[in-house]
Structures are given as structure tokens and as C-alpha cells.
Ligand binder design. Sequence first.
Ligand code: ADP
Ligand code: MG
Length: 595
Amino acid sequence: MDIVRLLPDSVANQIAAGEVIQRPASCLKELVENSLDAGATRIQVVLRDAGRTLLQVVDNGQGMSSTDARMAFERHATSKIKEAADLFHLHTMGFRGEALASICAVATVEVQTRREEDELGTLIEISGSEVIRQEPVQCPKGTNMRVKNLFFNVPARRRFLRTDQTEMRNLMTEFARIVLVNPEVQFTLIHQDEVLMDLKAGTEKQRIEAYFGRSQRHPYSGQLIDIHVETELVNIHGYIGKPENASRSAQQYFFVNKRYMRHTYFHKAVMTAYQGLLHGETNPSYFIYFDINPEAIDVNIHPTKTEIKFADEQLIFPILLAAVREALGKFNLSPSIDFNTQGQVEMPVASSSKAPVSFASFIKQDSSYNPFSPSPKNVVDQRWQQLYPTTESAGLPTADQTLFDNEPTAIGQVYQLGNRYIVLPLAEGLMLIDQHRAHALLLYDQCLKRLQDHKGEIQQLLFPEVWDVGLEDESLVESLSDYLHSLGFELSRLTRGSYSVSGIPALAGQQSALVALQQIVDNVRELGPVAKDERERCIAWSMADSAAQPYGKQFTTTEMTALASQLFARGDYKHTPNGKIVCTILSNEQINSMF
Ligand code: ADP
Ligand code: MG
């Protein structure tokens, strides 16, 4: 008996759906892209339960005839390409003809659609690939797609979905990638009957500002630098963030021919242009748009992948690098800034906004700090490593561990190198201490203690600051409120996604405290679910790292000596909790071998 059979379409579609539709966010992407392809100028997205129960996209695009509306749900049914050759000059987002077939295989879809020239529109309801009804209907011009109960017939998929909060974040990520590159289209996003986004048509820059708002984390209003270059090969334009606005959670977007893409090689070009301009481990934001002949790129890879291949990426790299460099240079941010030149880079200083507090008094001021308290050991674990990949280990000379056996005793004058390192001559060689990390390590102990004792010293702000967290992170902030309070933050909720900050930890300056708040949220989010003490360490370190004295800050001899002795008293002072080197010794042998 022969046993090979063709699968029924409904089963084949369900299998294919797994590829295209993995979660509500992928469904949103496909539907909105269809609306854009249909020439819509207004798109409304309505969600219920993060798209699980309802995911609706309403557009004012060209609509479909009743036959097309039925055909559209067949696999490989598309109006966008006719033959293989068309793949090389795509001007639409879709072309595979798989999305609707996939969606209707794993959900109940109700579509109402009407073309301008038709008097009556068409209503079709399909559930699990089966047409339930098709009838004429009175409806506005355009298309209204309602996707209900996504994955109702694929329990494994449904279980695979994460919390509403996570799915919502995925939806927002997908939404951002689309709206940022289609500023001429008006978008509305509604979740549980609440309007989350209402974006008017405008320019790219206006769209970026409207999307990210004037939040602390994304201070974009009037802050973005334009980049622009036209060549025969490619046209590049966009907006890049000033180096001083860089943060750990930067917004970085590349688009090519109105499509979001990830491109690690081009990312490197941008980062190279910023070299030497960034503070610590921060990243610049960028929104860069490429226009290129569609034949010179290949988007025909996996439907959910965002990587795009460029035929001439080697040639485009230097064009992009030069464009970003030029833009940074134009704004007088010469890439040769180093930490020897004071005052060029504005950095958060850990002092009150009024009188600058000297570093030594800053250490002394904290009576709770006990240099002899045992330090938390072995806090370097895998998750931390992932969160902050260590770069030091690569190819750099590492100090002979035995050199650290004795408590270091300085045998000469301590001095500061490049406003970045503290240099201490020892009998065994030269000790180099990273000033920022060393200070952060000391503050870390204080922060950890406050978190554990639940008593932070609060510094009241004369004028409360507004902190925009964004809707996605609001529940995260709520879950952190006890920790934040223990550190010394006084927060009250203003409106959805924004807080008033009326008090900050005594150990931080106003500016760095706000940076710290955001860092805490970003790092905890990235860390994901972990045990309480690990979360506390992450929070303490985020706070300490933001509040610590920055590179570029000049120290007095007294301050340096105080810092070094507090550090040595700590016992465990060679690494930060996330495994970065705080100090190292250049041994006499190493020095001798150089000559
Ligand atoms: P693709 O976008 O790859 O062509 P889809 O399955 O997403 O495949 O859509 C199939 C077809 O349905 C499209 O080619 C288009 O003709 C039609 N279609 C889908 N959504 C819309 C819409 N919102 N407005 C008008 N036509 C649409
Ligand atoms: Mg499509």
C-alpha cells in the first residue's frame, strides 16, 4: 500500500504559519505591512489582551474586490509579484503571499473590505483555514482585518506566548520599526480601549520625537544631529544622537527602502565614528535610512529575519562612517576628544546640583560605610557576564595574581593618569586603578547595604523632576518601588508611564540619580527573572555605576589616597560585580621586559 499523501491545505497552512506567525507581534507586522502596501494613509491598530484575543488593523487603503478578498487567504496568493524576476525589484513590504494564509490557519479572521469603485464591500470570515461566511457588506473604503483568538487551535503555540507585558513589548517593538519609517502615515494604537499612541502624519524627525516623547531616556527634542550623503551607490540620511545623550539602552535603527533591518557590519561603521566620544559603556542612538536600488539588496530571506544582504556592503561601510563622522564633527564634537581636555564633555557629576562636593568629603560623608565589612564574594556569575560582556580578557596583559597577595603599600607619590587612572608605585611594580570603577565599587557596597537594611538617606529635591519611563516599563517600575525607596528615591506616579521624582539617594547628584533610575530599570529588565539577591546586586550596581565619579574628573592627591585606601580595606577590590577589572599591577618584570 502506498502511504505518501499530500497534506490537506489547512494542515499545510498551519505548519507554514509557524514560520511566519510566531506571536501577536508578527501578526501585527504582516497586517500593517499589508495596509502600507495598499497605500493607506491612516492605520489604526486595536489590541485586546496584548493581541491574543483581538488584533485588529483598520486602513483606508485601496481595499479588495470580493474575489481578491477570497483569494488573498490562499497560500502563495499575492498581487505583488508575478514572476521570479520581480523579486529583485521589490517595492512592497510583502511579496510571499503567505501571511494571510498563515494567520487564518491559526485564528479566526473577519475581514471587511471595499474598493473606492465598489458600492458594496465584502465580508469574509475564516477560521482555521475554513471559510465560514462570505457576504456583501456596507463598509468604508479600505480594509478592516480582525484577527480573533490567535492560536486557538494550536495550544502549544499559545502556551509558548509570554506574559501580556512581554507580548506588549514585542508588539511595541514591531510597531516602532514600522511607524518610524512611515512618518507620512497617521497611526493610532489602542490597547484595552486606551489610546497608547496617536501619531500624526509628519516628517521623520517629528515622528521620532513624537514616538519617544521628551522622556529622560530619549531626550530627542531638538537633540538629534542630521546626517546626509548621496552617492551613486546609495543615499543615506538620518538622525544621530549626541554622544552626551548616549545611554545603555539606546535606540538604534537602520532602515533600507522603508524596511527595518538589522546590520551588524553597518552598526560597526556607526560605532567607529563615535569612537572616543562615548562615556563608559553607553551607546549612541541612531535612526539611519538607506535608499538603494532594490536590485543591490536581497530581502528574500526568512520571513521573520530582519537581516538584509547588501551586494556592496564593503563600499557602503566607509560612506556611512564618513557621513556619521562628518555630522559629529560639524557639531563641534571632534572625534579626538580625550579625557585630558577637561570640560568638553559634559558628564554627570556625583554632587548636589548646588555646590560641588569634593570627592573625599563625599566618601567620608557616609557614616554607614564600613571598610572592614565582608564584601559579597563571587558575584560574578553567568547572567552578569551576559549582561555586561567583559572585553578586557581579550589580548591584554593580565596581572600576576600573586602580586595581589600582600596589602599594597605605596612607596611613592600617587598620581592621576589621563584623568582616568590612579597610578600607585608599589615595591612590586605600578598599580593602575580605574577611577570610575573603583569609586563605583565603593558606592556599590553602600547601595547594597541600603537595599538590605531598607533605609536609604533621601536628599529632597527643591524642584521635583519628571521621569518618563514609557508605558512598557511602568509595571516593572511598580515592581521595583520598594527597592527604589530603599535606595533613597521618592517617586510618585503622575500619569501613565511618568513619575515625579521628589527625592533622590543622598549619595548621588541630581543628574546622575535620574540616569541611575533609568539604568536600574534597563538592567533589571535585561536581567530577567532572577533570585532576589541577584536582583539587589544588579540594582545596587546600576545605581553605583551611574553615581560614581566619571572619567575626566580630576582628583586631588588626598582624594586619590582616600579612594585607594578604602578600596584596599575592602579586601576584594580587583573586579567590579560584573567582572570588569578595577585595578591591575604592571610588575617590575613586565616593565623591565619592555626595555
Ligand atoms: P503578500 O503581502 O506577500 O502579497 P499576504 O498574504 O500578506 O501576502 O496578502 C495577500 C494579498 O492580499 C496581498 O497581495 C494583497 O493583494 C491583499 N491584501 C492583503 N491585505 C490587504 C489590505 N489591507 N488592503 C488591500 N489588499 C490587501
Ligand atoms: Mg503581506
